[in-house]
Ligand binder design. Sequence first.
Ligand SMILES: [Zn+2]
Length: 454
Amino acid sequence: MIRPLLLQLARFADATSQSLARHPRRIMGGLGVLLLGTGVTAFGIAPLAPDAADLPVRQVVEALDTPALIQSNLAPLTDVQPLVLFRTETTRRDDTAQSLLQRLGVVDPQAQAFLRSDPTARQLLSGRAGRLVSVETTDRQSLLRLTSRWLTSTEGNTFTRLVVEATPSGGYASRLEQGQLTASARLASGVIRSSLFAATDEANIPDSVAVQLAEMFSSNIDFRRDLRQGDRFSVVFESLEADGESLRTGRVLSAEFVNNGRTHAGVWFEEPGHKGGYYGFDGQSSRRYYLSSPLEFTRVSSGYGVRFHPISGERKAHLGVDYAAPTGTPVRTIGDGTVEFAGVQRGYGNVIYVRHRNNQTTVYAHLSRIGVRTGQRVSQGEFIGNVGSTGASTGPHLHLEFRDNGVHMDPLEIARQSEAIPLPAELRRRFDAIAQLQRMQLDAAATVQQASAE
Ligand SMILES: [Zn+2]
């Protein structure tokens, strides 16, 4: 049986060997905890290395040579140094200093009192739950050191590190430090059994990665309708880390999706002065002039179907596609253009017309809210309003029409047919270097999946 597996990547081996020189005993304990805690069978190094000049050509998945590291740095057993114990836990909603320390195996009334009363230390439990907290304790369960990290803000690339340490005088001191998040690549793969989100959940892949996967392949695969049992995928995504701990998921850097026997692959490419986007490994952009869906794929919307009304079907009155979605779901324009009309019309209710190139127009109807003004320029994917049930509508849904010189067309067909936006020729060499690195990493993700299946 094939089991999806998340291969955690970090510059773990490097960081460890450097720290070992400084703190042999402490790191040894930490290493043991980390290896036990993750249960991951192979470690790899996958630098993001956007610079083509230092693209590494080396084996991506390699076993960490733990015994050698430990032996060469271990103090002899006869050396009597106090034993330091390490433990890590995640904060929960309603956690108190007492409940948290209890889970961490700390039995230390003084430390507990400090976490309750010290204004800096109190920030640990006053913020959002789910923070990773690490402690070092004596073998008598008293606290030596506590650390935790969290994002300084929801945007931006800095994190805050809280350190609480025992002082020589027998008390505790706390401090907050600011650090820069570092980006590293994570590899993962999965197999579809029911839905995309079920597969990504099983592989411990964050929701934002699932959404990005659905978006990047949306012109080839309709994730609400086209998925088959046994479809599989590999993905490389950015993880923004603080001291090796992932605090935020970044962009999908590359992915491969096998749908119904057909392989689709894409790689992210961005250069200064050039709009970033996904390209096939052959350099063909997967960005189209029109998106295949005016609604972003989400966990909620994935449970809703698209209701098709064929253009020349029995229901001649209906000339578009209906997307069932909860009221308030954000609607985006499927292509660059100018808002030709934004207001109320009989039947359509709140409606937006967007005029695109070549006298093509898209119409978004039954909106609960309009987010643009007539005459406003909009670019592909930009928010324009919210799903509703205004006008002649029986329930919350978005009604989308595509008109080519006034003639109604099937928007989904148009999206699939619209020609790709090409990669500028002068960027080709840069692109090839990045694509080569991403190809290696994707292959590594697939290898790990096969290895765990055996
Ligand atoms: Zn409709």
